[in-house]
Design a protein around this ligand. Structure first.
Ligand SMILES: [Zn+2]
Length: 395
């Protein structure tokens, strides 16, 4: 919003954003609730709703049967199902996925591309824009009807400038402003956040973090990052780098890490390292020389392979125990590719938390697998996009 649009227009845009944000989160809302939930006056809600009805973005009627059952009848406002769509983009280290969904989270179309995201940022950004256009076309939607677009990237953003900072983690992206780059390519504002933060938002909106205001989401894949949710908000720290638990030093570990230090957590339990250990165990234990590993979710309980995963869980849990002492979370939600292993990983993390965290904090924390698997980050971007706070990162 520039000054040229004037304060009246700016206020209207803000009203529109607030109303769309609330409508995206609730199926059907009365005008009184809209006023309460947005903090806007009744007259501002009236004018804003009239504008949304005129734009064809909202409808007004008797509402859903559930709402009617609670005694609400007339004046209920909802998003027109075909009108408001959101776009989520998930940048992994070696893939990009873009999906189009209704504001309620129902995915209408999805496109994926595989490429070296870490090493080729401009190609990755070009590809993401192309995937968004393709997914919109697949869904029969137009960019003008998109309520919000959000993306998660596998590295830290400076919260003050939205620029990728930490040179040791996503070095080829340093100095880039992904929100600006994507926004220019798409001709639509894009909200960008760290992938673990997006995963936390996804699990909180649709999965294992529902109803939780204080929890840790752990994305354990090629790197290990934490999305930290405190008092209902994603915590990013003073400059946006909070949650880089993969670079915690492990006593006795000596391998060089991509960050330039030795003995970081992710040199011991990244998915690459766990796969290497599994290949070794599966070959020697079962005499199976197949180089194709079974999906982690299908490892037999108590098998040698499951024990490798449990051991990885113990190592991650040792680091998480200190965080449990500091932050007293209600849950640890395990996500990323390693998180798909489920019970064997949970068991290892649980064991270390019980052993190394203070008993009161350990008893307070539930350790669980994510429910969204490797789609948590994409769905978190969807939830962020539905919040229609274009231009800002995930809150
Ligand atoms: Zn490191």
């Amino acid at each position: 919003m520039t000054d040229a649009t004037g304060p009246v227009s700016a206020r209207r845009m803000r009203t529109r954003e607030l109303l769309l944000g609330v409508l995206a989160e609730h199926d059907t809302v009365s005008r009184a609730e809209l006023s309460r939930l947005t903090g806007l006056s009744r007259s501002a809600v009236g004018a804003g709703v009239a504008a949304l009805l005129a734009e064809g973005l909202a409808t007004e009627g008797a509402g859903s049967p559930a709402a009617a059952g609670r005694g609400r009848r007339a004046g209920l406002v909802s998003l027109r199902p075909a009108a408001g769509v959101v776009v989520g983009i998930d940048f992994g280290h070696a893939h990009i996925t873009a999906a189009v969904a209704t504001a309620a989270g129902e995915i209408l179309a999805e496109r994926t591309d595989e490429l070296d995201v870490d090493g080729r940022p401009n190609d990755a950004l070009d590809s993401a824009a192309g995937l968004v256009h393709q997914a919109l076309e697949d869904a029969g939607q137009r960019l003008e009807l998109v309520l919000g677009i959000a993306a998660g990237i596998p590295g830290p953003l400076d919260v003050r400038t939205q620029v990728v900072r930490a040179p040791t983690i996503l070095s080829d992206w340093v100095g880039l402003d992904p929100a600006d780059e994507l926004g220019r390519r798409l001709g639509h504002p894009v909200s960008v956040g760290n992938d673990a933060d997006m995963g936390a938002r996804g699990e909180r909106a649709f999965g294992a973090g529902r109803g939780l205001d204080d929890f840790l989401y752990i994305k354990a894949s090629h790197g290990i990052g934490a999305g930290i949710v405190l008092a209902g908000r994603t915590y990013r720290g003073s400059t946006g780098i909070a949650g880089e638990i993969g670079h915690t030093q492990l006593p006795g570990a000596t391998s060089w890490c991509r960050c330039g230090s030795r003995g970081c957590l992710e040199t011991v339990v990244s998915i690459t390292e766990v796969r290497r250990q599994l290949t070794h165990v599966l070959k020697t234990g079962a005499g199976d020389v197949s180089t194709v590993l079974p999906p982690l979710a299908e490892l037999a309980p108590n098998s040698a392979a499951a024990r490798v995963v449990t051991d990885a869980g113990r190592t991650i849990g040792r680091v998480l125990a200190d965080l449990v002492n500091c932050l007293n979370p209600a849950a640890i939600v395990l996500g990323g590719e390693l998180g798909t292993a489920g019970a064997p990983l949970v068991a290892g993390v649980r064991e270390s938390v019980d052993r190394y965290a203070q008993p009161a904090s350990a008893q307070a924390v539930s350790v669980r697998s994510g429910l969204l698997g490797q789609r948590a980050e994409l769905l978190g971007a969807m939830a962020t996009a539905a919040a229609v706070r274009a231009g800002g990162a995930a809150g």
